[in-house]
Write a protein that binds this ligand. Structure first.
Ligand code: SAM
Ligand code: SF4
Length: 310
């Protein structure tokens, strides 16, 4: 177990000492030149009753994301095939909502998982809160990863979301792990939280009974009409420090630079990779927000001699 005090001391190490330690841990656990690529598709969009202050899909925010019903299987498989062509090894299917209340929609998503898996891609889903029975059905469908972000520290959580608690999220994470599915869980930085909050979020993740297999760190994408769209952005070097601390606290987890990467310079991304980041999203869209444009990553990977994990 890592204490918050210990983690905060590490976070505040002199910058190059922090990166050196993180990099040494990274190369003990992973190939420093390899990065895992995922692609994500919103299979059901908008109209969400939760009040996540950062999210374009919440009906509580003044955003205008049109509701889109569950996509048909062929549309999903076309997107998965394009993702594979772009070098993705994992395909994530995201549905808006507190949880999957429609059994028919849940079964349709299980069908999507089976079909995407049959294409030779790892599968990931993010469907909100789950019951044990749902987690077991997802496992039977061949699901490899379930994304369920804790988003911030326990202390800051109610500032960001009031329609659920962080314990609700941790309960689903534990249900998913008990069903034998890898958990992908991380959070967002730049929503007005402090560095101490960011450290507390990572300590919470590192102290889970089973460390997450993948830790996505999202840099807030400011969406007009959301309640955090006027927050001070995180300093790039603090972002790199968070990546390094995630690596040090969770040596065997994939650390993913997730949303907001299109606002990071190539040099900042290179520092993140050196600090232990080894996973990305390749899609041009991340649900409802832009990601990096096609081809931009190929140029960066060539400059940094990065290989993709197949
Ligand atoms: N509805 C599912 C849920 O809430 O678990 C799907 C989550 S989907 C993967 C969206 C995730 O991306 C959220 O958990 C959040 O961490 C992140 N996200 C959403 N909106 C964001 C934004 N504006 N900026 C950065 N990250 C965002
Ligand atoms: Fe709904 Fe998920 Fe957006 Fe929260 S993050 S408002 S639960 S779609």
């Amino acid at each position: 177990m890592t204490s918050f005090d210990e983690a905060l001391v590490i976070f505040n190490y002199p910058f190059f000492k922090l990166l050196r330690i993180a990099h040494e841990i990274h190369i003990q656990n992973f190939d420093e030149q390899s990065v895992q690529i995922s692609d994500i598709l919103s299979v059901k969009t908008g109209g969400c009753s939760e009040d996540c202050s950062y999210c374009a899909q919440s009906i509580r925010n003044g955003t205008k994301v049109p509701k889109q019903p569950l996509l048909d299987l062929d549309t999903v498989l076309d997107a998965a095939s394009n993702a594979k062509k772009r070098g993705a090894s994992r395909f994530c299917m995201s549905a808006s909502g507190r949880c999957m209340s429609s059994e028919a929609e849940f079964d349709a998503i299980c069908e999507m998982i089976r079909a995407v898996k049959a294409m030779g891609l790892e599968t990931c889903a993010t469907l909100g809160l789950l019951t044990r029975a749902q987690a077991e059905k997802l496992k039977d469908a061949g699901l490899d990863y379930y994304n369920h972000n804790v988003d911030t520290s326990p202390q800051f959580y109610q500032n960001i979301i009031s329609t659920r608690t962080i314990d609700d999220r941790i309960k689903t994470i534990e249900i998913v792990q008990k069903a034998g599915i890898h958990v992908c869980t991380g959070g967002i930085v730049g929503m007005g939280e402090t560095n101490e909050d960011r450290v507390k979020m990572l300590v919470l993740l590192a102290n889970l009974e089973i460390p997450p297999k993948c830790v996505p760190i999202n840099k807030l994408v400011k969406i007009p009409g959301t309640r955090v769209d006027d927050s001070n952005p995180i300093d790039d070097f603090d972002f790199v420090r968070i990546i390094a601390l995630a690596r040090i606290l969770m040596p065997g987890s994939y650390v993913k630079i997730a949303a907001g990467r299109n606002t990071l310079s190539e040099a900042t991304q290179a520092l993140c990779f050196f600090a232990g980041a080894n996973a990305l999203f390749s899609s041009e869209k991340l649900l409802t927000v832009d990601n990096v444009k096609d081809g931009v990553d190929r140029t960066l990977f060539d400059k940094l001699n990065i290989r993709l994990i197949a």
